[in-house]
Design a protein. Structure first.
Lengths: 358, 292
């Protein structure tokens, strides 16, 4: 049993800055949780608090049912993979991997065996006697993972481990991390600002914004049922289309555009209509007309960017909109196309509070 | 007859000239003079001289006073280097952990850096003065029969203390910047891997500081050999009975006070060779074991 529980966890820095505003969370045994959010939202701070590298101002963190508030990082039985790998530059790969075990007084034969197994699993067994500066970025990343794996920790902590790798390697390692985690069934907390990484890795996702957990749940749940404007706009690529609207009693009004089919909503309140790019379907009788600006061809799909006709913003700017369409829909610049969407699948948010209304 | 000719402007030579002149006048020429003089025997008034081959070398290096000075220099340099490095390292590690008022701490610890060795010596003189010296009184108060004017050990203690004190701040600055050069995440990884801070220091921090330590060791040995001249000259002047003569101070004593130009030149040539050998050893053998 090695779940992690956070109860009313807060972090206030000595200068009074509040980084974490009371987080409650239950991570069950063997689960992979991803903290995702923009930079400076407190996701790394939260992870470092679980690791013991930051003190806990208020609240309690427990690992495996035991409070670890006053337990030193090395005795929390957690292992961390750092963004810049944080390998010990003066030690060989073998030295790096066995350092933590040696300090725990584990006998040489066991260390040798564990290092060997982990190295094999990560395919780094051929350069165990090299120094970190003789390795490539991807290899260093593996060594950092190996150093965490040999410890047999209760919890793995990942602090943006892939952000120093190139795009191709990042995708590869992402899949490998997922496989490893499945195989080892170790509770893991993974921090990233990359929403694709978050969606693909997580069993459950915690979207963090300004020191608060905005929403927590399975990736698809957050995608199709976001609770706040922030979650809706953070999850999903390309980003959700947001159109400022009002409700006149019967339909939604966006500039000169009238969108019907919505149930009763507070009258004349400032609201935000959220439509995911893939919800818009080509339809000559559709509610929205889009003047095409440019088309991005991604191979299997085309992303059509343009202006939503009629929906002019308060400052006179045109409302931008993005549509995800099949590869065969390739309109020219300036062409007008009509799209429709199902009002039941769209989201409506209160603009001021960010709360979901519909 | 083909010859590649590049257009040369004389201006670059002009720029290097001051440096070249300084090296020639203040280094090459005196060094050549010293080598030349070391083969001459000169009368005390400098009126006549005689070429004597290696007699000066045999005479001075074989003498008990030179051996005494050599012995003292080795002990003195070892002590000064070791103590000033270890004290500075301790202070740097502790100051690096300070969070509140960190810059005040650091500034105070660096302060002594600006003091010239003779001034440090004069301050030491005051503190160890038998009449008004607080340290002199303190040493006697706690039960030492302390008198650096008479006791070789006490005299050695005084020069070592002042030399170390003067050098700690220099080492402190370098160690502190070395410590700050260790990535934060490496320290954090170590915190998660190793519980004992002492063990962490010796297995992670100290090896990562090795390049700094090596550099400082070279600097400190040079300091103990040469720059401490000012401290010795203002405090003990080699007394009592030559017990605190370093090799450099003896060169000065014999040459300028004893008017034995040939002998002191021979000593300085030997000294030059010793330092050369030391440098070669340092770079050849110690540097190999250091991870940069």
């Amino acid at each position: 049993m090695s779940g992690v529980e956070l109860k009313g966890v807060q972090k206030v820095y000595p200068n009074g800055a509040k980084a974490i505003h009371g987080v409650d969370m239950k991570i069950s045994d063997g689960e992979m949780i991803v903290f995702v959010g923009p930079s400076g939202c407190g996701k790394s701070t939260l992870l470092r608090m679980i690791a013991g590298l930051e003190t806990i101002t208020e609240g309690e963190i427990s690992i495996g049912g035991k409070s670890v508030n006053n337990v030193s990082p090395s005795e929390r039985d957690v292992a961390m993979v750092f963004q810049n790998y944080a390998l010990y530059p003066h030690m060989t790969v073998r030295g790096n991997m066995s350092y933590g075990l040696k300090n725990r007084g584990i006998d040489k034969a066991t260390i040798e065996k564990k290092v060997g197994e982990a190295a094999k699993m990560l395919k780094i067994d051929s350069f165990l006697d090299r120094q970190p500066n003789q390795l490539s970025g991807g290899q260093r990343q593996r060594v950092a993972m190996g150093r965490a794996i040999v410890r047999d920790p209760k919890v793995f902590l990942f602090d943006e481990p892939l952000s120093n790798l190139d795009a191709k390697l990042r995708v590869q390692m992402r899949i490998e991390i997922k496989r490893l985690q499945r195989r080892m069934k170790v509770t893991s907390v993974y921090v990233t600002h990359d929403q694709t990484e978050a969606m693909t890795l997580a069993d459950r996702l915690a979207v963090i914004n300004e020191g608060r957990v905005e929403q927590m749940g399975a990736p698809m749940e957050l995608y199709s049922n976001p609770r706040t404007l922030f979650v809706a706009s953070f999850i999903g690529a390309p980003q959700i289309n947001l159109v400022p609207v009002r409700h006149d009693g019967s339909s939604l009004i966006a500039g000169a555009l009238t969108l019907s089919g919505f149930p009763d909503l507070p009258r004349d309140a400032d609201m935000m209509l959220g439509i995911r790019p893939d919800m818009l379907k080509r339809d000559d009788a559709g509610q929205c007309e889009v003047r095409v600006d440019l088309v991005e061809q991604h191979g299997g799909e085309n992303l059509i960017y343009g202006a939503l006709t009629g929906a002019t913003l308060a400052d006179g700017e045109e409302q931008e909109i993005c549509v995800k369409a099949g590869q065969d829909l390739l309109p020219a610049h300036g062409e007008n196309l009509r799209f429709s969407f199902d009002p039941a699948s769209a989201f409506v948010f209160d603009r001021a509070t960010g709360e979901r209304l519909l | 007859m083909k010859r590649v000719q590049f257009e040369h402007s004389p201006i670059p030579y002009l720029f290097v000239a001051p440096q070249i002149i300084i090296i020639l006048v203040f280094f090459i020429w005196p060094a050549a003079q010293a080598v030349y003089q070391s083969f001459l025997l000169e009368d005390a008034w400098g009126l006549s001289s005689q070429f004597v081959w290696f007699k000066n070398y045999v005479d001075t290096i074989g003498s008990s006073s030179w051996l005494q000075a050599a012995g003292f220099t080795i002990i003195f340099s070892t002590l000064v280097t070791f103590l000033s490095l270890s004290i500075a390292l301790l202070l740097a590690v502790k100051a690096n952990e300070v969070i509140h008022g960190a810059s005040t701490y650091k500034t105070l610890l660096m302060w002594a850096y600006a003091i010239a060795p003779p001034v440090a010596g004069l301050m030491g003189n005051l503190m160890f003065s038998p009449l008004i010296g607080d340290l002199y009184k303190f040493m006697n108060f706690i039960g030492f029969d302390f008198d650096h004017k008479l006791d070789p050990f006490d005299a050695g203690f005084v020069v070592v203390l002042i030399s170390v004190w003067k050098q700690v701040s220099v080492n402190f600055i370098f160690f502190l910047s070395g410590l700050q050069g260790i990535p934060k995440s490496v320290n954090e990884a170590a915190v998660m891997d190793c519980r004992s801070p002492t063990r962490r220091f010796w297995t992670i921090t100290f090896p990562l500081l090795a390049p700094t330590t090596f550099f400082l060791m070279v600097i400190n040995i040079t300091y103990a050999f040469f720059e401490t001249f000012g401290i010795i000259d203002t405090t003990t002047r080699g007394a009592p009975g030559g017990a605190t003569n370093t090799l450099v101070f003896k060169v000065f004593q014999d040459g300028f006070r004893g008017a034995d130009i040939g002998g002191s030149s021979a000593q300085s040539v030997v000294l030059m060779l010793m330092v050369l050998a030391l440098t070669v050893i340092q770079f050849r053998f110690i540097e190999r074991k250091i991870h940069y």
